[in-house]
Design a protein around this ligand. Structure first.
Ligand code: ZN
Ligand code: ZN
Length: 285
């Protein structure tokens, strides 16, 4: 069961209401030899919405898998893909936002589920409470608007019955929605619309995730030939160029095969075999 044979000539359903097929289909179609991709118009928002009306109860990976399974259940076929994004503080620098994109491919014909996580600090994600139109416009001037849409609602936390304006992408819409909220609530909350078709930076992250995932899926296990001989983890310990002691730098990456358990240690893709003494605990304590 080699990678091309597994997927070649098949039809892939992409579960999305938000135009993600534009970012997902090209890389996967080419790398996997698919016949074509079709959009499965699953109501993906029922698994959770960024703008807060529907709380996500599943972890991102599980939510993506649930969307892909819903595509198969509602639209048929035996191969479906879905994605789920989340925007979280970047642990080493919590003021920065990390865009994490999970892609999950469900292959019902072979009973396999494949997953890939892509993370990037290139994210457009911001929000602010405003009590005047002037304050709102000042915030908006700091944002890549109108290329990226905005969401307006009364408060940061959404409450049942509160109005919400999503996909706001013109100055006219913005002022109209803001004036209505300010008149009724005396304040408003404005934030980036994170849905892919309203956030081109996120759409690019999803395309990057798809390229990586396609390459991983097309890599067969050298022992059993199953697809998705994936990078499972990185190993630290690249030796210091000064003293030879192991550092925290990545020494190797490990590819692993889920069906047969085979693992292979590979050198760094950049070819480096030694770390700077500046990063060495012995040379530069
Ligand atoms: Zn294998
Ligand atoms: Zn050293």
């Amino acid at each position: 069961m080699g990678a091309p044979a597994t997927f070649a000539g098949r039809v892939l359903s992409i579960a999305t209401l938000h135009g993600k097929e534009r970012a997902l289909a090209p890389a996967l179609t080419a790398a996997l030899g698919l016949e074509r991709c079709v959009v499965a118009a699953v109501d993906t928002d029922r698994f959770g919405a960024f703008s807060g009306e529907i709380t996500r109860v599943l972890e991102p990976r599980a939510a993506a898998e649930a969307k892909a399974r819903a595509a198969l259940a509602e639209f048929g076929g035996d191969l479906a893909l879905a994605s789920e994004g989340s925007f979280v503080p970047y642990p080493p620098a919590p003021l920065l936002t990390l865009d994490e994109e999970w892609l999950v491919l469900v292959d019902a014909r072979h009973g396999r589920v494949f997953a890939h996580r892509h993370a990037t600090l290139e994210a457009v994600f911001a929000g602010r409470r405003c009590t005047s139109l002037e304050a709102l416009l000042e915030f908006v001037r700091t944002q890549p608007f109108p290329e990226h849409s905005l969401v307006l609602r009364p408060r940061e936390r959404w409450s049942t019955g509160h109005p919400v304006s999503k996909g706001v992408r013109s100055r006219e819409e913005l002022e109209l929605a803001a004036q209505a909220l300010l008149a009724r609530f005396g304040e408003l909350w404005v934030e980036t619309d994170l849905r892919a078709h309203h956030n081109p930076t996120r759409m690019r992250a999803i395309a990057a995730a798809a390229s990586e995932f396609a390459a991983e899926l097309a890599t067969p296990c050298p022992r059993c030939a199953a697809p998705h001989f994936r990078i499972a983890r990185s190993l630290p310990g690249l030796p210091c160029s000064g003293c030879g002691e192991p550092t925290d730098w990545v020494r190797a990456r490990v590819r692993a095969c889920d069906p047969c358990g085979h693992e292979l240690e590979l050198p760094r893709p950049d070819g480096r075999t030694a770390a700077d003494p500046g990063s060495c605990g012995a040379c530069n304590p």
